[in-house]
Design a protein around this ligand. Structure first.
Ligand SMILES: [Fe+2]
Length: 200
């Protein structure tokens, strides 16, 4: 059983970058639906329902094959969005020294990383996510389609941006690049640092 987490700030806290209406629909409708579907799909399987979506994503083979893909989709929707709310903050913290050190080591500098990350997000075909992940102490940018998670590839997420149209269409319509530029202003680098510490 996974419980829909509350937004860690008021729905209008990320204005003007991410608008209140988008946040309310995204959290209260889209994220809520993934969580409900996930719990409903596993309702007759207490052993699986006891697992977190993260555990399922790391090892989807524990789910019977006939509905594995459905469970994986909704586990991803539940877990990715739970992380996504925390990857934004109205406090707009700067990247921390520890995070910058790794970004500089693996991308050259913050600007190069930003360009690469936003370019992968911008060019992702269809619905999905762009990610910064750490794998064997190495940072890289990757993309996933739909609600797939890097956890399934045993890579640890440090940051991600949702490029499903539901993440930006109400305010930015088809202008994904404007959404991404705006989103960059509210990245929660403190959360990136917290994750980095948790993985090391
Ligand atoms: Fe989303």
């Amino acid at each position: 059983m996974f419980v829909l987490p509350e937004l860690p700030y008021p729905a209008d806290a990320l204005e003007p970058y991410i608008d209140k209406q988008t946040m309310l629909f995204h959290h209260d409708k889209h994220h809520a639906a993934y969580v409900k579907n996930y719990n409903d799909l596993l309702s007759g399987l207490p052993d699986l329902l006891a697992k977190s979506p993260e555990e399922i994503l790391k090892n989807p083979s524990v789910v019977p094959e006939n509905f594995r893909q459905k469970v994986k989709n909704n586990a991803g929707g539940a877990d990715n969005h739970a992380r996504f709310w925390k990857w934004m903050s109205p406090a707009k913290p700067s990247p921390t020294t520890a995070v910058l050190k790794l970004i500089n080591r693996d991308f050259g500098n913050l600007d190069t990383f930003r360009e690469k990350f936003l370019s992968v997000a911008q060019n992702h075909f269809g619905s999905g996510w762009a990610w910064l992940v750490i794998d064997h102490d190495h940072l890289s940018v990757m993309e996933t389609s739909n609600q797939d998670s890097p956890l399934t590839e045993q890579k640890n997420p440090l940051l991600a941006v949702d490029v499903w149209e539901h993440a930006y269409y109400l305010k930015y319509q088809n202008r994904r690049s404007e959404y991404l530029e705006a989103w960059w202003n509210v990245v929660n680098w403190t959360e990136v640092e917290n994750l980095l510490i948790s993985y090391t």
